[in-house]
Ligand binder design. Structure first.
Ligand code: NAD
Length: 299
């Protein structure tokens, strides 16, 4: 079994959506070059532009200097060609939360990479053990679960699959610390630690909204102020992406048959309607007139 690379010098991020672009930014800000892979030029440009805009906002707020913004963007090389990720010694997968897409991608990348390169998945709730099983040398696969938005959220769950070599989780823990985050080691269970607790909470809230317990706005206000959270649960769902939460909670439900993970019917309807939250411009709170969120009705 080859010794996994410990001091990752070149990183590839697969997928430049909400999470991938933030993860690429954090790594580039730590001085490490990143190759970022997307499915097409348009999505690639959108991901890089969004990173530029996020950093520009950081400059406006005095958190980042203009020079740091430029240097960070220079360290991110966008590509749509698999060949460009082949020399990375760490690959972080952050594509859509669908097992079949991730399995196909990881199998392709696993064949391309050097045998000692490490592969991490940012999945929210899929089995890392299952994803590792499609990769040659699955001992080098683990989860690196960043939170949204990755540049601002300080914690990363480091998920050990059944096959993961402890040297790989140790190397990833050191990497997480090197990029300025706090690593929490967790077992490979549906939802790991944080989402295992968060998903049933979000599902209950959607059911309560559907039942007319209170308006969307009042539910957010009560839970934000009552529990001391920075965001209400419906605002949080809009930020996460309703499709992403739907995929994650559905896969956790299928894996456990625990009814707390069963996707609420209203959530499925919102996704079917294309109301995905911030990413589509309409969700439980986003894109709804104030009067609508004040009504004691579902969207
Ligand atoms: P997203 O829908 O915003 O982005 C997914 C991106 O992956 C898209 O840009 C898509 O074009 C790209 N993609 C799809 N197939 C690809 C392929 N074969 N090669 C390269 N790129 C491909 O989703 P997201 O919210 O960024 O979520 C990504 C992952 O991170 C998921 O596994 C999700 O569960 C996880 N995650 C999400 C959040 C969140 O709050 N949204 C938080 C933590 C973890």
């Amino acid at each position: 079994m080859p010794t996994p690379v410990r001091d990752f010098r070149s990183v590839a991020v697969l997928g430049l959506g909400l999470m991938g672009r933030g993860i690429a930014q954090v790594i580039a800000q730590a001085g490490i070059p990143v190759v970022a892979l997307e499915t097409g030029e348009e999505r690639l440009a959108a991901g890089i532009d969004a990173t530029g805009a996020f950093l520009a906002e950081g400059v406006r707020r005095g958190k980042v200097t203009p020079e740091q913004r430029e240097a960070t963007l220079r360290r991110i090389t966008g590509t749509t060609a698999f060949a460009d990720v082949a020399t990375a010694d760490l690959v972080i997968e952050a594509v859509v939360e669908r097992a079949e897409v991730k399995r196909e991608l990881l199998a392709t990348v696993g064949d391309l990479l050097a045998s000692e390169a490490v592969i991490a998945t940012n999945t929210s709730a899929l089995s890392v053990t299952d994803l590792a099983s499609v990769v040659p040398s699955p001992h080098r696969v683990a989860g690196l679960h960043f939170f949204n938005p990755a540049p601002l959220m300080p914690v990363v769950e480091v998920v050990a699959a059944l096959q993961t070599d402890p040297a790989v989780t140790a190397a990833l823990t050191a990497f997480v610390e090197r990029i300025g985050k706090v690593a929490v080691p967790v077992k490979d269970r549906p939802g790991f630690l944080v989402n295992k607790l968060l998903m049933p909470y979000l599902n209950d809230v959607v059911d309560e909204l559907d039942a007319g317990l209170a308006s969307a706005e009042d539910i957010d206000t009560a839970l934000r102020l009552g529990l001391g959270y920075r965001m209400g649960p419906l605002e949080l769902l809009d930020l996460i992406g309703l499709d992403t939460h739907h995929h994650a909670t559905t896969s956790a439900y299928r894996a456990t048959l625990d009814p707390r993970f069963a996707p609420p019917p209203l959530l499925g309807q919102m996704v079917a309607a294309g109301y995905l939250g911030r990413k589509s411009g309409r969700g439980f709170r986003v894109g709804r007139p104030a009067s609508a969120t004040e009504e004691v009705t579902a969207p």
